[in-house]
Design a protein. Structure first.
Length: 127
């Protein structure tokens, strides 16, 4: 099975030793995205809804660079520093992912990189 590194300037550049995504066969593993603006590499802050949307926009850009879309998501993992924002994640996710929805986990965590309040990763199936 071949392995392909996925990279796009429409999403934040990796802030460590990892790739934005890796395609292995028909499966694409999207690295976790926090609400970094890809142009400034600064966190979108203040409004949790804007932060969640920025995360989904980043994921969408990487999914498209891989030749798919978030409609191809089969698994999504959500990490929140405050689980009271889970309802907002649901509302916003429903505008980026359509039925049949992917499997998902949501985990409350104490901290995320750069002080972000939300991080989301996904797995796509392009077969």
């Amino acid at each position: 099975m071949s392995r392909q590194i996925i990279q796009t300037n429409r999403a934040p550049q990796a802030i460590g030793p990892y790739s934005q995504a890796v395609r292995a066969g028909d499966t694409v593993y999207l690295s976790g995205q926090i609400p970094l603006d890809p142009e400034t590499m600064q966190l979108v802050t203040g409004d949790i809804e804007a932060e969640i949307r920025r995360v989904f926009e980043n994921l969408k850009a990487v999914a498209e660079a891989a030749g798919g879309s978030l409609a191809n998501a089969v698994k999504v993992n959500v990490f929140l520093t405050d689980l009271s924002h889970f309802t907002k994640v649901n509302d916003i996710m429903a505008t980026y992912c359509t039925a049949p929805f992917p499997a998902r986990a949501a985990v409350g965590v104490s901290q995320l990189p750069r002080g972000a309040r939300v991080e989301i990763e996904a797995v796509l199936f392009l077969g």
